[in-house]
Design a binder for this molecule. Structure first.
Ligand SMILES: C[S@@+](CC[C@H](N)C(=O)[O-])C[C@H]1O[C@@H](n2cnc3c(N)ncnc32)[C@H](O)[C@@H]1O
Ligand code: SF4
Length: 344
């Protein structure tokens, strides 16, 4: 059970580097950023120039058990390629914080990584796989080194993690990015996930700025809505035995395809949700719109020189947000993660 008063979910992008080069990634394209390193506050990049070292992170975590943080999603970049990640996870779970690791799945083929996750009592592992079709997946999730085994290695990693699980409570799930290229095949991807034996499945829409060079190719638009509704309906009707996002989620996704920016009464951003970047900056939520607004106002905070209990006090309040978008819908499955973990 979670102790009373712990209500904050933190999405923590722990590290910037990654061994995949997904062209739609929130972290941008490494090759482009090498030519012109981003300088604006909050802009994510696979360049590791501002990533904090372990001592600063440990100082921040020193009183985590007294903070309002209930659950941490560790992401990136690729969090499992950074050797000290085990020490971070150990401190979190020892303090009673629930830990969900979000990974591209390739590190899971390493037995030492699987052992570290189990030994430290990680509560769930969300693995990214965008299609049951290796060609479609690997076009959207290519390796940086030109290897052609992206899909195969992720599937091998998921299978190995499930094989090692025994009767441990850790949940394993698949996150799949919905683009115009993966949409039609999403029911097959969900079926494939169920056949692998995972516990939960989330199809989340790609979020890109209108100026992104892949916006027209990947981002769902009004005319995709009938197929989108059909796909969500088919996945639900198939009754695959996996936990899916709440029943309002498909309509929320559809609504943000229809209206990109909306008012959202009583949102959790900045109160029950926070986003930490690899440089330690703390934002009210990971939405690009929110980060731009906070960067302009200079209201972001930092974990440098601050502890978790100083930054994250227990709260149940909510406030209205005029920046509700597809980025925010992608946060709903995280904020409803009790559906996956249940009453522990
Ligand atoms: C940024 S990754 C970090 C963790 C890990 N590297 C991975 O790929 O799972 C977290 C999740 O965001 C998804 N993602 C990345 N860029 C996205 C975008 N522009 N829109 C929607 N989802 C995106 C990834 O597919 C992955 O499921
Ligand atoms: S694996 Fe994750 S962090 Fe790496 S490029 Fe793909 S989405 Fe981005």
């Amino acid at each position: 059970m979670i102790s009373a008063g712990k209500t904050t979910t933190v999405l923590w992008a722990l590290r910037s580097p990654c061994d995949l080069g997904c062209p739609h990634c929130y972290f941008g394209v490494l090759e482009q950023d090498r030519l012109e390193p981003p300088t604006q506050p909050g802009k994510l990049t696979h360049l590791p120039h501002g990533d904090l070292g372990l001592p600063v992170l440990m100082d921040f975590l020193s009183d985590i058990g007294e903070s309002g943080i209930e659950r941490v999603f560790l992401a990136g970049g690729e969090p499992l390629n950074w050797p000290p990640v085990g020490q971070i996870i150990a401190v979190l779970t020892a303090a009673g914080v629930q830990v969900v690791v979000c990974t591209n799945g390739r590190p899971l083929t390493r037995p030492a990584i699987r052992k570290m996750l189990y030994d430290n009592g990680v509560h769930a592992v969300s693995v990214s796989l965008d299609s049951a079709d290796p060609v479609i997946n690997d076009r959207q999730r290519p390796t940086r080194g030109g290897q052609t085994d992206s899909w195969a290695r992720v599937v091998a990693g998921i299978s190995a993690l499930l094989d090692d699980r025994g009767d441990r409570a850790m949940k394993v799930g698949i996150y799949s990015v919905l683009t115009r290229n993966t949409l039609a095949g999403m029911p097959d991807t969900a079926r494939f996930a169920a056949e692998l034996g995972v516990d939960y499945f989330v199809a989340q829409p790609v979020a890109l700025d209108p100026g992104h060079e892949l916006f027209a190719e990947l981002v769902l638009r009004e005319r995709d809505i009938p197929l989108l509704e059909e796909v969500f309906g088919a996945i639900a009707a198939a009754d695959l035995g996996m936990s899916l996002p709440g029943e309002l989620y498909p309509a929320q996704v559809v609504s943000t395809v229809r209206h990109r920016l909306q008012d959202k009464p009583g949102c959790y951003g900045g109160h029950q949700l926070a986003f930490i970047e690899p440089d330690g900056s703390v934002w009210d939520c990971p939405s690009g719109h929110m980060i731009a607004a906070q960067a302009a106002a200079g209201t972001q905070r930092s974990i440098i020189g601050h502890t978790a209990a100083e930054l994250f006090m227990p709260t149940t309040s909510a406030r209205d947000c005029p920046l509700f978008s597809g980025d925010c819908v992608n946060m709903n499955p995280l904020m409803e993660f009790d559906r996956v973990l249940g009453d522990r």
